[in-house]
Design a protein around this ligand. Structure first.
Ligand SMILES: Cc1ncc(COP(=O)(O)O)c(C=O)c1O
Length: 394
């Protein structure tokens, strides 16, 4: 008998954990509508052709390890992107290319926080943060997003959670799973808190290009020249290639000791995949038509999702403003949103993800919908949900 380490026991990832149940439905010969996974390629979006060409053309020069910090031309393109976002004084030395934003998150947090210390993470939030903290054996310290206030971070709650062991604050903007886009005012308040308590801000801006309405997106690094910020981003979503595993971190106002600690972690893992890094410069500097196309499509699908969900008795949903996620609330009496999601899947073959996988206020229940699916799939899913709610709860 080989016992796995304790640190693995708390690692869950609701987005994929529910898939097992969907596979069982498929084994029974039923067709499942998957609205659980935030991969736009699983729906009808495609990687831009010029990015595919740039990777194809790189094969003969990319069989070696890449530089541990990442391909120079890609790091330069990312530093120019930081300038476009008004993040001051960024050069390629402030950029590390990582295996998706995911690896950037692990390295940036791992290089900062000791056992016994904590960082503030959003609830609800992207579950990778919980798993990473569990893996690193770092204490969870969650602050709430406020559903009554368009899912903006609850600054008072955040303030009340800071203690002498807190080292940083994670912000996900635009947000997964709620689709909220944070106002400048909210971000400035968080920056003030970080300044007052000497905290580093991890700003996960994975969905920065997918702001669907007129809201302005502000990179946190553009709003302060004092508070240390690690900006996390990726090609995965806005550039439609999550399987390529290319993301990055950008350091603003961070001291060299910390930056070097993250770089040391990057050296220790040698390099990320080499060929895919050739897509970064063409992605960031080449045609951006696919982003406009994607936003137009997502806006239509968001509207369907928002209108349909709010028309179902027992369900309410704050309007998502960015990314491709909605986080509706279940207003009928239930014991567990996981049971709700699984029961609906078993009866109607539509897969959502339970809110307990992302976090929520006690005694509230939610589920996450990925609205990157086609209008037809979304409408069918909501027809079925409407029927289910009527049968079970009216
Ligand atoms: C908020 C957020 N951050 C980071 C990631 C990780 O993305 P990747 O590792 O593919 O770059 C995701 C993926 O869904 C995400 O939603």
């Amino acid at each position: 008998m080989i016992n796995p380490a304790n640190r693995t026991k708390k690692i869950t990832y609701a987005i994929r954990d529910v898939v097992e149940a969907a596979k069982k439905q498929e084994k029974l010969g039923k067709k499942v509508i998957y609205l659980n996974i935030g991969d736009p390629l699983k729906y009808d979006f495609h990687t831009p052709e010029h990015m595919i060409k740039s990777v194809e053309n790189s094969w003969s020069k990319s069989s070696s390890y890449a530089d541990s910090m990442g391909l120079l031309e890609a790091r330069r393109a990312i530093s120019k992107e930081a300038k476009r976002l008004n993040i001051p004084s960024i050069s390629e030395e402030d950029v590390i290319i990582t295996s998706g934003g995911s690896e950037g998150i692990t390295m940036a947090i791992g290089a900062l926080v000791n056992n016994g210390e904590n960082i503030l993470t959003p609830s609800p939030g992207y579950p990778l943060y919980q798993s990473t903290l569990n893996y690193l054996e770092i204490e969870m310290n969650e602050y709430f997003l406020d559903e009554e206030n368009d899912w903006q971070p609850d600054i008072e709650d955040m303030k009340s959670k800071i203690n002498e062991k807190t080292r940083g604050i994670v912000i996900i903007n635009p947000n997964n799973p709620t689709g909220s886009v944070y106002s400048k005012e909210t971000l400035l308040k968080i920056i003030d808190l970080a300044k007052e308590h000497n905290l580093l801000i991890f700003s996960d801006e994975t969905y920065d290009k997918l702001v669907l309405d007129d809201d302005e997106f502000y990179a946190v690094g553009s709003l302060t020249n004092e508070v240390p910020v690690v900006t996390i981003n990726t090609l995965s979503k806005s550039y439609l290639c999550p399987g390529w595993r290319v993301g990055w971190v950008v350091f603003s106002n961070c001291n060299m000791e910390y930056v070097n600690a993250v770089k040391q972690l990057a050296r220790a893992r040698l390099s990320i995949n080499h060929p895919m890094q050739y897509a970064v410069k063409p992605a960031l500097e080449g045609p951006q038509d696919h982003v406009e196309y994607m936003k137009n499509e997502l806006r239509k699908r968001r509207d369907i999702t928002y209108n349909r969900l709010n028309s179902i008795p027992g369900i309410s949903c704050v309007k998502p403003k960015g990314a491709f996620y909605a986080y509706p609330k279940i207003n009928v009496s239930i014991e567990s949103d996981k049971e709700f999601v699984l029961d609906f899947l078993n009866e109607y073959q539509v897969l959502f993800v339970n809110g307990s996988g992302f976090g929520q206020k006690p005694n509230t229940f939610h589920f996450r919908v990925v609205f990157a699916a086609s209008e037809e799939a979304l409408n069918t899913a909501f027809d079925r949900l409407e029927k289910y709610m009527k049968e079970k709860y009216s």
